[in-house]
Design a protein around this ligand. Sequence first.
Ligand code: FNR
Length: 403
Amino acid sequence: MTDLFSPLSIRDTEVPNRIAVSPMCQYSCATDGLPTEWHRVHLGSRAVGGAGIVLTEATAVEPRGRITPHDLGIWSDEHARALEPITEFVREQGSVPGIQLAHAGHKASKSRPWEGNEPLVSGGIGGEDDDGDDSAHEDQNEGANGWEVLSPSPDAYPFGGEPSIRKMDHEDVETVIEAFRAAARRSLEAGFVVAEIHAAHGYLLHEFLSPVTNRRDDEYGGSFENRTRLLREVTRAVREVWPDEQPVFVRISGTDWLEGLESVADTWTLESSVRLANQLSELGVDLLDVSSGGLHPEQDPPTGPNSQVPLAETIRAESACVSESGSENESEFEKGLAVGAVGGITEPEQADALIRNERADLVLVGREFLRDPYFGLRAADELEVEGESGETKWPIQYRRAVR
Ligand code: FNR
């Protein structure tokens, strides 16, 4: 029987259990995108705490793709080198390190949540004083005063008051695709095993997917095929540099939660997601991490335990997902797409039931991992799961004390 502590085998990667730390921004870099001791301890503790996969926060593929000046980044080799000790530590704990590759698009250049999440006044990044020489690189490492943000269709976006906005032309599209490709290559050098492309929550790739924010009339806007084109091209670029043995995940918003709203004629729905899932599966994506919303202030999402699970469950049932549960040596998902569920998952028994009842293949846990970095160990205790030789799963350093 497949349950929370059965390994998840994808390609040649074996994840020891079905629990992942959901990506969570820490806004704890200086203004250079480099990880700090905070990231090492924060991610490292969750690996010690029994997570099967530890995903980083949204990590910007280029400086303009940061939500705030304090976001983590992977736009230079220096970033890769700085992340390496973190992936090494996570692996030493038996956990799988993953990175969420992100571009904030129109939602970039904000102050931190605890500083009001306010638009920052536009500065020099990508703007007129970015003259392409080394001093521009210096500028990109700062950005404390804000920068020009990228958007598929500036006039369509539901929020007002942003700093200067750039409607992406073909060159910008190419730049973004190449930034994802280079970021993936560096992530590999840094020792990450899973690459997750962030295409959810109203950030750049989701802004292209949804007709609410994409009003373009070129080959990147209009029809479903056109709106999904950028994500497909980014996915292709990442998959090209990511080894065949290792998994690629994509996080999507399963729906915009805007259906029926009078002010919005057309929107991204669960039906769109099922269709997208099939396309991504064909491009070599291994797992769809199904979140939702984040695009529009008038969204009306349900809340509470398992609130987004039905989205994951439907995509799992209706897309090309082929799960061959129980096969021990082969990847379970060689022929299809696995699905991750996230949102309001806080209890071990609840998480176990999601896997046992085949509603999802992986559970991603966010806030509960902030409350309890050892959620994975607590789950093993509560579900009475033992280590290989019959002892508790707690790390050897703690074992005698916690028994
Ligand atoms: C988040 N979330 C999030 N999602 C994402 O895809 N990339 C990110 O960087 C972040 N950042 C982030 C920061 C913080 C502090 C929180 C609480 C959340 C969303 C998160 O991954 C998750 O989907 C939601 O929190 C819902 O799951 P839980 O918290 O109910 O388990």
